[in-house]
Design a protein around this ligand. Structure first.
Ligand code: FMN
Length: 218
Protein backbone atom coordinates (compact mmCIF):
# COMPACT_ATOMS: atom_id res chain seq x y z
CA UNK A 1 0.00 0.00 0.00
CA UNK A 2 1.34 3.46 -0.93
CA UNK A 3 1.66 6.33 1.53
CA UNK A 4 -1.46 8.46 2.04
CA UNK A 5 -0.77 11.98 0.77
CA UNK A 6 -1.90 14.88 2.98
CA UNK A 7 -4.87 16.65 1.35
CA UNK A 8 -3.42 20.13 1.89
CA UNK A 9 0.28 20.41 1.18
CA UNK A 10 2.15 22.70 3.59
CA UNK A 11 4.44 25.08 1.76
CA UNK A 12 7.15 26.22 4.18
CA UNK A 13 8.95 28.49 1.71
CA UNK A 14 10.16 31.76 3.31
CA UNK A 15 7.85 33.90 1.14
CA UNK A 16 4.80 31.84 2.17
CA UNK A 17 5.72 32.05 5.87
CA UNK A 18 6.23 35.82 5.59
CA UNK A 19 2.82 36.32 4.04
CA UNK A 20 1.18 34.29 6.86
CA UNK A 21 3.01 36.42 9.46
CA UNK A 22 1.93 39.62 7.70
CA UNK A 23 -1.70 38.47 7.69
CA UNK A 24 -1.63 37.77 11.44
CA UNK A 25 -0.08 41.11 12.36
CA UNK A 26 -2.45 43.04 10.04
CA UNK A 27 -5.48 41.47 11.67
CA UNK A 28 -4.38 43.00 14.99
CA UNK A 29 -3.63 46.54 13.85
CA UNK A 30 -7.21 47.11 12.71
CA UNK A 31 -8.45 46.34 16.27
CA UNK A 32 -9.30 49.09 18.70
CA UNK A 33 -6.38 49.47 21.12
CA UNK A 34 -6.83 49.32 24.87
CA UNK A 35 -3.42 50.73 25.78
CA UNK A 36 -2.99 51.23 29.51
CA UNK A 37 -6.60 50.35 30.29
CA UNK A 38 -6.71 48.46 33.57
CA UNK A 39 -9.12 45.57 33.43
CA UNK A 40 -9.90 43.09 36.20
CA UNK A 41 -11.20 39.73 35.02
CA UNK A 42 -12.90 37.66 37.72
CA UNK A 43 -13.48 33.99 36.98
CA UNK A 44 -15.91 31.78 38.90
CA UNK A 45 -16.41 28.03 38.92
CA UNK A 46 -18.05 27.20 35.62
CA UNK A 47 -17.14 24.83 32.86
CA UNK A 48 -16.66 27.79 30.47
CA UNK A 49 -13.56 29.05 32.34
CA UNK A 50 -11.33 27.81 29.53
CA UNK A 51 -12.97 30.24 27.07
CA UNK A 52 -11.78 33.20 29.14
CA UNK A 53 -8.17 32.35 28.29
CA UNK A 54 -8.90 33.69 24.78
CA UNK A 55 -10.51 36.82 26.20
CA UNK A 56 -7.58 37.57 28.52
CA UNK A 57 -5.10 36.94 25.71
CA UNK A 58 -6.98 39.27 23.34
CA UNK A 59 -7.20 42.02 25.98
CA UNK A 60 -3.47 41.74 26.67
CA UNK A 61 -2.71 41.83 22.93
CA UNK A 62 -4.81 44.97 22.64
CA UNK A 63 -2.53 46.65 25.18
CA UNK A 64 -4.65 46.38 28.35
CA UNK A 65 -3.18 45.65 31.75
CA UNK A 66 -5.21 42.63 32.79
CA UNK A 67 -5.42 41.39 36.37
CA UNK A 68 -7.11 38.04 36.85
CA UNK A 69 -8.85 36.95 40.05
CA UNK A 70 -10.27 33.46 40.48
CA UNK A 71 -12.59 31.85 43.02
CA UNK A 72 -11.55 28.50 44.41
CA UNK A 73 -14.21 27.01 42.12
CA UNK A 74 -12.63 28.58 39.04
CA UNK A 75 -9.24 27.07 39.90
CA UNK A 76 -10.84 23.61 39.70
CA UNK A 77 -11.50 24.19 36.00
CA UNK A 78 -8.36 25.96 34.76
CA UNK A 79 -4.97 26.62 36.33
CA UNK A 80 -4.08 30.16 37.49
CA UNK A 81 -0.74 29.69 35.72
CA UNK A 82 -2.53 29.91 32.36
CA UNK A 83 -3.74 33.40 33.21
CA UNK A 84 -0.44 34.43 34.75
CA UNK A 85 1.27 33.57 31.48
CA UNK A 86 -1.38 35.21 29.29
CA UNK A 87 -1.65 38.43 31.31
CA UNK A 88 1.98 38.66 32.44
CA UNK A 89 0.65 39.52 35.89
CA UNK A 90 0.11 37.73 39.19
CA UNK A 91 -3.23 35.97 39.57
CA UNK A 92 -5.32 36.54 42.70
CA UNK A 93 -6.84 33.36 44.09
CA UNK A 94 -7.36 34.25 47.74
CA UNK A 95 -8.50 37.34 49.59
CA UNK A 96 -6.09 36.44 52.40
CA UNK A 97 -2.89 36.40 50.38
CA UNK A 98 -1.47 39.85 49.64
CA UNK A 99 0.48 39.73 46.41
CA UNK A 100 1.34 43.25 45.26
CA UNK A 101 0.76 45.44 48.30
CA UNK A 102 0.41 45.34 52.05
CA UNK A 103 -2.62 47.66 51.91
CA UNK A 104 -6.01 46.04 51.51
CA UNK A 105 -5.40 44.82 47.98
CA UNK A 106 -9.04 44.48 46.96
CA UNK A 107 -9.49 48.21 47.50
CA UNK A 108 -6.35 49.11 45.54
CA UNK A 109 -7.24 46.78 42.69
CA UNK A 110 -10.85 47.94 42.48
CA UNK A 111 -9.99 51.63 42.76
CA UNK A 112 -7.47 51.56 39.92
CA UNK A 113 -9.59 49.53 37.48
CA UNK A 114 -11.16 51.04 34.37
CA UNK A 115 -13.49 48.06 34.12
CA UNK A 116 -14.25 44.76 35.82
CA UNK A 117 -15.48 41.70 33.93
CA UNK A 118 -16.84 38.67 35.76
CA UNK A 119 -16.85 35.73 33.36
CA UNK A 120 -17.92 33.05 33.49
CA UNK A 121 -20.30 34.10 36.24
CA UNK A 122 -21.90 31.18 38.06
CA UNK A 123 -25.42 31.03 39.42
CA UNK A 124 -23.77 31.14 42.84
CA UNK A 125 -21.82 34.33 42.08
CA UNK A 126 -24.93 36.03 40.64
CA UNK A 127 -26.64 35.39 43.98
CA UNK A 128 -23.66 36.70 45.93
CA UNK A 129 -23.38 39.89 43.87
CA UNK A 130 -27.11 40.52 44.08
CA UNK A 131 -26.92 40.29 47.87
CA UNK A 132 -23.72 42.30 48.20
CA UNK A 133 -21.74 39.44 49.70
CA UNK A 134 -17.94 39.57 49.64
CA UNK A 135 -16.49 36.31 50.98
CA UNK A 136 -14.14 35.30 48.16
CA UNK A 137 -11.54 37.22 46.18
CA UNK A 138 -13.79 37.93 43.15
CA UNK A 139 -16.87 39.15 45.04
CA UNK A 140 -14.60 41.06 47.44
CA UNK A 141 -12.95 43.02 44.59
CA UNK A 142 -16.40 43.58 43.01
CA UNK A 143 -17.69 44.91 46.34
CA UNK A 144 -15.12 47.72 46.19
CA UNK A 145 -15.80 48.77 42.58
CA UNK A 146 -17.75 52.01 42.19
CA UNK A 147 -20.54 50.94 39.86
CA UNK A 148 -21.40 54.54 38.96
CA UNK A 149 -17.90 55.21 37.69
CA UNK A 150 -16.49 51.86 36.67
CA UNK A 151 -18.33 49.58 34.24
CA UNK A 152 -18.77 46.12 35.76
CA UNK A 153 -19.76 43.46 33.27
CA UNK A 154 -21.17 40.08 34.21
CA UNK A 155 -21.27 37.19 31.72
CA UNK A 156 -23.40 34.41 33.21
CA UNK A 157 -22.89 30.82 32.15
CA UNK A 158 -24.89 27.84 33.33
CA UNK A 159 -27.18 24.98 32.44
CA UNK A 160 -30.59 25.99 31.04
CA UNK A 161 -32.55 24.88 34.10
CA UNK A 162 -30.23 26.87 36.36
CA UNK A 163 -30.57 29.90 34.06
CA UNK A 164 -34.38 29.71 34.14
CA UNK A 165 -34.67 29.41 37.92
CA UNK A 166 -36.69 32.24 39.38
CA UNK A 167 -33.85 32.95 41.79
CA UNK A 168 -31.41 33.44 38.88
CA UNK A 169 -33.82 35.71 37.00
CA UNK A 170 -34.54 37.65 40.18
CA UNK A 171 -30.82 38.11 40.83
CA UNK A 172 -30.18 39.28 37.27
CA UNK A 173 -32.93 41.87 37.57
CA UNK A 174 -31.41 43.08 40.83
CA UNK A 175 -27.92 43.29 39.33
CA UNK A 176 -29.19 45.41 36.44
CA UNK A 177 -30.96 47.73 38.87
CA UNK A 178 -27.75 48.02 40.88
CA UNK A 179 -25.75 49.11 37.83
CA UNK A 180 -24.06 45.91 36.64
CA UNK A 181 -24.11 45.28 32.89
CA UNK A 182 -25.19 41.78 31.91
CA UNK A 183 -23.67 40.14 28.83
CA UNK A 184 -26.48 37.78 27.89
CA UNK A 185 -25.68 34.10 27.48
CA UNK A 186 -26.09 32.29 24.19
CA UNK A 187 -28.26 29.39 23.09
CA UNK A 188 -26.71 26.14 21.97
CA UNK A 189 -24.72 23.13 23.08
CA UNK A 190 -24.11 22.88 26.80
CA UNK A 191 -21.57 20.84 28.72
CA UNK A 192 -24.42 18.82 30.26
CA UNK A 193 -24.94 17.44 26.73
CA UNK A 194 -28.18 19.25 26.01
CA UNK A 195 -29.05 22.25 23.87
CA UNK A 196 -30.46 25.32 25.52
CA UNK A 197 -30.02 28.83 26.79
CA UNK A 198 -27.29 29.61 29.31
CA UNK A 199 -23.98 28.96 27.57
CA UNK A 200 -21.36 31.67 27.93
CA UNK A 201 -21.50 34.46 25.34
CA UNK A 202 -18.86 33.94 22.66
CA UNK A 203 -15.40 35.39 23.50
CA UNK A 204 -15.62 37.90 20.61
CA UNK A 205 -18.97 39.18 21.94
CA UNK A 206 -17.49 39.53 25.43
CA UNK A 207 -14.58 41.50 23.97
CA UNK A 208 -16.94 43.73 22.00
CA UNK A 209 -18.95 44.40 25.17
CA UNK A 210 -15.77 45.31 27.08
CA UNK A 211 -14.63 47.71 24.35
CA UNK A 212 -18.10 49.28 24.04
CA UNK A 213 -18.34 49.80 27.80
CA UNK A 214 -14.89 51.41 27.93
CA UNK A 215 -15.56 53.71 24.99
CA UNK A 216 -18.86 54.91 26.52
CA UNK A 217 -17.13 56.10 29.67
CA UNK A 218 -14.07 57.85 28.21
C1 FMN B 1 -18.37 19.87 36.59
C2 FMN B 1 -19.06 21.09 37.13
C3 FMN B 1 -19.44 22.07 36.25
C4 FMN B 1 -20.10 23.21 36.72
N1 FMN B 1 -20.46 24.17 35.83
C5 FMN B 1 -21.15 25.24 36.27
C6 FMN B 1 -21.56 26.24 35.36
O1 FMN B 1 -21.26 26.21 34.15
N2 FMN B 1 -22.29 27.29 35.85
C7 FMN B 1 -22.62 27.39 37.17
O2 FMN B 1 -23.32 28.35 37.53
N3 FMN B 1 -22.22 26.47 38.06
C8 FMN B 1 -21.50 25.40 37.66
N4 FMN B 1 -21.08 24.46 38.55
C9 FMN B 1 -21.37 24.66 39.98
C10 FMN B 1 -20.38 25.63 40.61
O3 FMN B 1 -19.03 25.22 40.38
C11 FMN B 1 -20.65 25.71 42.13
O4 FMN B 1 -21.92 26.31 42.35
C12 FMN B 1 -19.57 26.47 42.87
O5 FMN B 1 -19.88 26.48 44.25
C13 FMN B 1 -19.44 27.88 42.35
O6 FMN B 1 -18.51 28.59 43.15
P1 FMN B 1 -18.02 30.06 42.78
O7 FMN B 1 -19.22 30.81 42.30
O8 FMN B 1 -17.49 30.57 44.08
O9 FMN B 1 -16.94 29.92 41.80
C14 FMN B 1 -20.40 23.33 38.11
C15 FMN B 1 -19.98 22.34 38.98
C16 FMN B 1 -19.33 21.22 38.51
C17 FMN B 1 -18.91 20.17 39.50
Amino acid sequence: MGRVQPRIAFDPTPSKLKSIARKNSNSKTSDERLNDRRIIVGLTGGIACYKIANVVSALAQAGAEVTVAMTHGATQFIAPLTFQALSGRPVYTSQWEHIESSDPQHINLARSADLMLIAPCTMDMLAKLAQGRADDVVSLIASAVDLKRQPTLVAPSMNEVMWKQRSTQRNLEQLEKDGFEIIPPGVGWQACRTEGVGRLAEPQDILAAVKAALSKRH
